[in-house]
Design a protein around this ligand. Sequence first.
Ligand code: RB5
Length: 296
Amino acid sequence: MTHIDKVIFVCSNNSFLSPLAEAFYRSYGSDDLPECISRGMVVLFPEPINPKVNMMLVAKGEELSKHGNTVELSEEDLTDYTCILTMTLSEKVKVMEKFKTARVFTIGEFTKEATDILDPYGKEDEVYEEVFDAVLKNVKACIRRIKTINGGVGMIALGSDHGGYELKQDIIAYLEENNIAYNDYGCYDSASCDYPIYAKAVANAVAGGECTKGIIICGTGIGVSITANKVPGIRAALCHDTFSAEATRLHNDANVLTMGARVVGPGLALKIVETFLNTEFSEDERHIRRISMIED
Ligand code: RB5
């Protein structure tokens, strides 16, 4: 998936789910995000959106929807870089067939939640509540994913000692295959050397803003992690599984990943790198507060 310049949330008739997703996107997204509209697969005649959308938004203290009457998705809505997000797989298939575009995903597959969001029409209030929460959660995850796609991952600072040198070469190959820019701060061969030199070089490059994130490898990942974390502004996370790599980006906004080449094999290490680089910070208030409580 390349750059996104427009987001269209699509549901069956643009009455409840897609205007709700659009309202959340406007409230929780920042100004640098692509524009967003919502549409329906089939809208026989335009009518006001379901009043429950605004009733529920008001009840939860959210901003009101700015969407007017229901509108059917049409060719004119699409740009070359539109990303269409449907609520269900069958809507996705219909959009693909009708508009001959591959830039359409179910909201669940886009956010990796992988479940359809079903229209609660005619169901009890509790079902509406559950769906409301599911849409909010998914839209927040969509925003994070769009930011990652549009922002790229920036310049990566790499470093290792002799113990991590070979694994660093695998990481370099991965970054090159994926067109990710990097700067290698050494070491440059497998002769025995002192890990703090390279850990400090990477940490300084990230803290100084020359690079967006860093990856440092030694035998265990521990020495480089301890060293990097002494540099103000660095939150280095030692990760040997993808769960931790994802969680540390979501919760700690970690800006340096460290691994031990004597602990993980290259296959897992590359998955950890992929997860670390492609997960955006959650921006949740509680995590921002906790990070601000970490003293440099
Ligand atoms: C080098 O033998 C080893 O001590 C180093 O790579 C690292 O594991 C330190 O934490």
